[in-house]
Ligand binder design. Structure first.
Ligand code: SR1
Ligand code: MG
Length: 395
């Protein structure tokens, strides 16, 4: 459903309720309550609820600037339509793993969708020690299904190129190009880190082989239109419970290298593994292995059963593609680890550690792990080798 409005205005809790009444047949006289629950960097998220029946819906609205910085950082409203369309496109291939979209409005830059407040943002849950037994299986499936089905391995080239154009997302891509691939590798004002990390940070800025590899990874991100990515698949973009997983927030969606989505998710699990110890760490290391195992098994099955590429049975081609995705995954994961530690956008998993000495020690470990993944990505040829490296680097 498309809602017709005259012009953009930022919603308030009152106007969000009025809009919800227009969109959903709440019985006459129903008292609705609204809360702004957005905790991300960019948008407003209103939950509108009928407390009597418990029925609720979400109205997410893009602001014409980045909320995390303020009006000095203008940002396209078109991202709301990209997000709504990507949710629906990914939902075609990974049903049940994304929220249902009820309505959209490009002018108001809103998406009206399923309320998922019975679930918890995975990052928050993981920080509290949750194990989320289904997380890696569900995300491995989500990744394989959405990425395979939007790639040249599954689509007619005309349709694939139509989608590449539809999901052109230059402003949001620029944020990633700057914040993940460029700024943390240079002495740039956007970087943000504790003085105790100055030595480790300067070591990154002066590490010529590392910077060369970061440049190559940025080049891949800039140029390789392999599949319709989520584009920001960290654990804050996932709602989870013991039995359910839902991927939200694909406003950074665009056609890019498949390993970027896989790598961002794994990097955020790696941060968790660094903050944990003993059996609790093993649970996260198992999630890391299972994500890749499920992704590669499902991708292989889809290739064999539904692939349309003429070369699909040529000996070694499928393996070549999966090896490339794996190598990219590790490199992108490395960049994400570095930027979450010293760049503009941090993660609570690390910043929330109250003991300063422990926080700095774990941040140094995160940087070291990021560097190792970037530099050793060609040598690490199995996910077991990656978790082995993580265990070595996490005493
Ligand atoms: C200004 S946006 C900062 C970060 O938040 C988003 O979730 C993306 O990860 C982006 O890099
Ligand atoms: Mg987000």
């Amino acid at each position: 459903m498309t809602i017709t409005t005259k012009q953009y205005e930022a919603l308030t809790e009152e106007t969000a309720i009025a809009l919800a009444r227009r969109l959903y047949p709440f019985p006459e006289g129903t008292e609705l309550v609204c809360r702004e629950i957005g905790d991300g960097n960019l948008n407003y998220v209103f939950q509108i609820k009928d407390p009597k029946s418990g029925k609720a819906l979400i109205i997410k609205q893009a602001l014409p600037y980045a909320k995390v910085v303020g009006e000095s950082w203008p940002l396209t409203l078109k991202r709301a339509a990209i997000e709504a369309n990507a949710l629906q496109k990914h939902g075609e291939f990974a049903p049940g793993l994304v929220p249902s979209v009820y309505a959209t409005d490009e002018e108001l830059a809103i998406t009206v969708m399923e309320d998922l407040s019975h679930l918890t943002i995975a990052r928050e849950g993981l920080i509290q020690g949750e194990t989320y037994p289904k997380l890696s299986e569900d995300i491995g499936e989500y990744l394989a299904r959405t990425l395979f089905h939007t790639s040249d391995f599954a689509l007619h080239p005309f349709e694939k190129k139509r989608l590449v154009a539809e999901y052109s997302n230059p402003e949001l891509c620029k944020i990633t190009e700057d914040l993940i691939f460029t700024d943390p590798f240079f002495n740039n004002d956007t970087n943000d880190y504790e003085p105790e990390l100055q030595g480790a940070v300067e070591a990154i800025w002066n590490n010529a082989p590392l910077k060369l590899e970061a440049a190559k990874l940025k080049f891949s991100f800039l140029t390789e239109a392999e599949a319709l990515l989520h584009g920001d698949l960290h654990t804050g973009s996932i709602f989870a419970s013991e039995s359910e997983t839902k991927v939200i927030d694909p406003e950074f969606a665009f056609y890019g290298p498949i390993g970027f989505d896989v790598g961002l998710f794994l990097a955020n699990l790696i941060v968790q593994s660094i903050t944990r110890s003993g059996e609790e760490r093993q649970v996260v290391l198992s999630h890391i292995e299972k994500t890749w195992d499920v992704f590669s098994a499902r991708f292989t099955q889809l290739w064999e059963q539904e692939g349309i590429e003429a070369f699909k049975e040529t000996a070694g081609y499928k393996e070549f593609v999966l090896e490339k995705i794996f190598r990219d995954t590790l490199g992108f994961a490395g960049c994400e680890l570095i930027r979450r530690t010293i760049g503009l956008a941090h993660v609570k998993d690390l910043d929330g550690i109250e003991n300063a000495e422990q926080r700095i020690r774990l941040k140094k470990q995160t940087l070291q792990t990021g560097e190792a993944l970037i530099l050793k990505r060609a040598e690490l040829t199995s996910i077991g080798a990656v978790t082995g490296l993580l265990e070595e680097l996490q005493p």
